[in-house]
Design a protein. Sequence first.
Length: 404
Amino acid sequence: MKIDSKNFIIDGLNTKVLAKKYSTPLYCYSFSKIKENITKFTHSFKELNPIICFAVKANSNKTLLGEINKLGLGADVVSIGELTKAIKSGINPKKIVFSGVGKTADEISFAIKKRILLINAESKSEILQIEKIAKKQNKIVNIGIRLNPNTDANTIDQISTGKKENKFGVSEKIFLDLVKYSKNSKYLNLKCLSVHIGSQILELKPYEKMLKIVNKVIKKTNYNFEYIDLGGGMGINYENNYKQLNLKGYCKSIIKNLKNYKSKIIFEPGRFIIGNSGFLISKIIYIKEGHKKDFIILDAAMNDLMRPALYNAKHKIIPVNKNKKKSKKIYEFVGPICESTDKFSSLTKFQKLNEKDLIIICDVGAYGMSLSSNYNLRPKATEILIKNSKVKVISKRQSLKDLM
Ligand code: LLP
C-alpha cells in the first residue's frame, strides 16, 4: 500500500476520485495490506506452523473473507451467522473454530452438522448441551475448553477478557473438572485448551503470564491436547508512536513455555490481519463555530465507526487536500448523529479545512463496518476493495428503501 502524502493514493488509486465515484462515507480496503499482514503474521510464527483462524467478528465482509481464505487462513466464529458466512465465503469447516459463552442449541447443532474443527466450550452447561446434541445426532464432537487464566491483558477494560471477573472461559478448578468429565464422555472428543485474554494487546508481558498459567494447568491435567488455541488480541498501532507487539518474542515465549507438548497451536487474530487495511473516506458537510473550537461535521458518524464512541478509541485523521495553513482553533471531528458521543477526535494545529473537503479516518478495517449500525436510520456505507489497482464494490450502500 502507498499513501502518497500529496495525493492520498491507496494502492495506486486516488481517494478523491474514489470518493467522487462511490460517494461518501466510503470504506476502502487495501488487499496488499491484508496480504502483507498475513505474511508478517505467518512469518513471525513460522517455527510453530500454526493454524490461523481469522476472527470474523473483526470484519465479516464475504469478499474479504474469501480473500483471507485464499491466503490460507481459517476462521474463528461466534454465531451461526458468522459460521454460515465463513463457509459461504469458501472457508473449509475443518479450519473453523467456534467461540463464545452463549452458543444456542441451534448453533451447536448446526456446527456439529458442519463438522467444524472445534467447538470451544466456555461452561459446564455448554458442554452438557453439546453432549446432548451430539448424542441425538449420534456423533462424536471435537471440543475445546476455554480457560480463564485470570490474567490482565493490560488493554482497554471493555476489551479485556482474561480476568476472573470477566464472563469468559472457566477457572482452573472448573477446567480440571471439565477435562475429567469430557474424557469419560462417549460423545465428546476433547482436543483443545483455548484461551483469549483480550484485544489490542501491545505488550508481551500479559501473553507471557498467560502462557505460564496455560503450561501449569496442562501439566495438572496430564492430558494430551491435540491443539492449544491461544486466541487473538495482537494489537496494532493506531497512533504515530510506532509501538508494536513483538510477535517474534511472543513466538519464542510460546516455544519456551509450551515446549513439553506436541500440541498444534491455533491463533485467532482479527485486528492484526485487517485493522490497518481499512480507510474511511468522509466529506465535511459543515464547519460550525463552537465555544473555543470548530466542529468539523462529517458525513460519517458513530453508526459507521463506533470505536471512538464506545471505547474512546483514537483513529488518525488525514486531510485529503493538503495545504500549509494551520487552524488556530481546535478542530472537533463529529458526525451528524444526535448524541454527544458522536465524536471521532479533537485535534489541535490541524491544517485548515473547508466545507466539502475530504478527510480519511485510518485503521478502520477491524471492528469498523462490523460494529456499524443503522442508528438514526442512516444507511450502511459502501465498501470497496482495492486489489492490483482495481476497485471492486464489495458491499453496496444501503438505499432508503432498504431501511423502510
Ligand atoms: N478470539 C476471541 C475468542 C475473541 O473474543 C476475539 C475478540 C478475538 C479472537 C479476536 O481478537 P483480535 O485479534 O481482533 O484482537 N470491538 C473491539 C474489540 C473486541 C474484541 C472481541 N473479541 C474493538 O473495536 O476494539
